[in-house]
Design a protein around this ligand. Structure first.
Ligand SMILES: [Zn+2]
Length: 313
């Protein structure tokens, strides 16, 4: 079985300003660590295309897309909100990020040209899971995973998909877009209380939360996933699984307060792949979200991709 690695050099052109944690070096670290671990040559490499306006408009309002387009500055940095800054090439990078998940979805669903390709990882930025249908926030312009998920749901063979989000921050954007959509099960584990301070009073029946305190360690994280996510995923029997893969729950990450170790990202990916092998013909599409300690971001992505690619070992 093959694992696709989808990226584009122009994702490094998105610039949120000096000292912004969501920086191009994140992608460089991932590449360097995959090469060092000799994983790079074992992946099938694809260049991300831009998502079309029609693809973006499945997850976002036309007004939101117009707004992002109109806010792109000719020069310098423009702050859409406190955390979310854009510059001249940000629209290009954002369209490539969403387009990477569309391509990943097409590849894993293409049984004619790519019958052996069942896993894909999208190494792209800006990330997506905080972007709501009508709003950019938390470094995110378009919700990359949501755009890809709609692409899957438009496929004649796909009626149910799961999105699992292990970024340390709650994926409020994904929840906003798919809340009450019974075709989608959204499982999220996140530090709580913490950014983005989502109102959890009325989650839809298709939403599975695992809020975990500051200081959450490997054992607590794994037990929360085993107790809550895995039974819900098995019950739902998804035909395809998307991962919002954020690595900012790492012990070493400066942006949050969990204490996960690199190998926890192997473990959780393996759990998700086991479900996919059982119910989803192995189909897993993963896209990069957070992860800001450059060295450990690379190391954690290596663990994640090792587990995605496990069947080849
Ligand atoms: Zn995050």
């Amino acid at each position: 079985m093959d694992t696709a690695f989808i990226s584009h050099d122009d994702c490094t052109l998105h610039n949120s300003g000096e000292h912004h944690p969501e920086c191009k070096q994140r992608l460089h670290s991932i590449t360097e660590h995959l090469i060092m671990e000799k994983l790079w040559d074992r992946l099938k490499h694809f260049e991300a295309p831009e998502a079309t306006r029609a693809q973006l408009a499945l997850a976002h309002s036309e007004a939101h897309i117009d707004n992002i387009e109109s806010l792109i500055p000719e020069e310098g940095i423009f702050y859409i909100e406190e955390d979310t800054a854009i510059s001249r090439h940000s629209l290009r990078a954002a369209k490539l990020s969403a387009g990477s998940v569309v391509l990943a979805t097409e590849l894993v669903l293409d049984n004619v040209n790519h019958p052996d390709l069942k896993r894909a990882f999208c190494a792209v930025r800006p990330p997506g899971h905080h972007a709501e249908r009508e709003r950019a926030m938390g470094f995110c312009l378009f919700n990359n995973v949501a755009v890809g998920a709609y692409q899957a749901l438009n496929h004649p063979d796909i009626e149910r998909i799961a999105i699992v989000d292990f970024d340390v921050h709650h994926g409020n954007g994904t929840e906003n877009i798919f809340q009450h959509d019974s075709r989608v099960l959204f499982c999220s584990a996140f530090q709580h209380p913490f950014y983005p301070f989502t109102d959890f009073n009325f989650p839809g029946n298709n939403i599975v939360h695992v809020p975990m305190a500051s200081g959450t360690n490997s054992e607590q994280f794994r037990s929360g996933i085993e107790r809550v996510w895995l039974p819900e995923l098995k019950k739902f029997e998804p035909q395809m699984i998307f991962i919002s893969a954020g690595f900012d729950g790492s012990l070493y990450d400066p942006m949050a307060n969990w204490q996960l170790l690199d190998e926890d990202y192997f473990w959780i990916t393996e759990q998700i792949c086991n479900i996919a092998d059982q119910y989803s013909e192995g189909r897993v599409v993963s896209a990069l979200e957070g992860g800001y300690q450059l060295e450990h971001l690379g190391l954690c992505v290596v663990e994640h991709i090792k587990a995605l690619n496990l069947v080849n070992d």
